[in-house]
Design a protein around this ligand. Structure first.
Ligand code: COA
Length: 195
């Protein structure tokens, strides 16, 4: 575990082994943050474990003084053949053609999950997680999908300069409209314009 402190919240980078050891805690946090029904954690566990094996996977956890997890985020290098990549490529190609798809998808880090316990939200832990997750990532862009807002996640992404890549997009098998947002990395780089 690599520690990075900020006030009373400690940020740590979890290795894949540490992530696996704390998977139940991370999934419980995710279910309460997203207000998903019971049973969602068991359903998502195999996918989260598979993600931890992907190239470029990184995970940051925010811990309180007792070591309890307040927030968690992870992502990995996006690649052709991954379900999310192919879904987004399909949407981008339909909306803007191959060039738009190529521009965003040729070299990106997928921010897959970011969640903060409901009782800890609004203290900029989300921003602390996101900044540390992306620090040193060797990709040109970061991309994420989020249910259409407005909500706290949107405020965070906009504040950090994420722009629209695709709006009102429907992933296969999910009736909810999603936005795909992206920006160049590192975060202190100027914001890139939507294509
Ligand atoms: C999205 C999330 C990770 C952000 O973490 P966070 O620690 O709350 O982030 P921040 O404290 O930086 O706050 C984000 C925004 O919410 C706002 N906010 C804080 N408390 C709020 C409240 N009680 N009501 C409404 N907005 C509030 C903040 O002011 C901030 O907006 P700002 O840019 O105008 O200041 C977290 O809110 C969360 O886990 N949400 C539920 C799960 C989720 O949606 N995950 C992302 C899925 S894509």
């Amino acid at each position: 575990m690599t520690a990075m402190s900020s006030s009373c919240t400690r940020y740590v980078q979890l290795s894949a082994d540490e992530f696996r050891a704390r998977l139940s805690e991370a999934l419980a946090l995710y279910v309460s943050a997203m207000r998903y029904p019971d049973g969602t954690a068991e359903q998502r566990a195999p996918m989260w474990l598979t993600h931890a094996l992907r190239e470029g996977w990184r995970c940051i956890a925010a811990l309180d003084a007792d070591g309890t997890m307040l927030g968690v985020t992870y992502g990995y290098k996006g690649r052709p053949g991954q379900w999310w990549h192919e879904q987004v490529r399909r949407g981008l190609t339909r909306a803007g053609g191959d060039q738009a798809a190529q521009g965003w998808l040729s070299d990106y880090f997928e921010l897959t999950e970011i969640h903060v316990r409901p009782e800890s939200q609004g203290n900029q832990i989300g921003e602390g997680l996101l900044r540390r997750l992306l620090d040193g990532v060797p990709s040109s862009n970061v991309l994420l999908s989020t249910p259409e807002g407005p909500n706290r996640a949107w405020k965070l992404y906009r504040r950090l300069g994420f722009v629209d890549v695709l709006r009102d997009y429907h992933f296969a098998g999910d009736p909810r409209p999603f936005a795909i947002l992206g920006r160049g990395i590192p975060l202190d780089q100027p914001v890139r314009q939507a294509q």
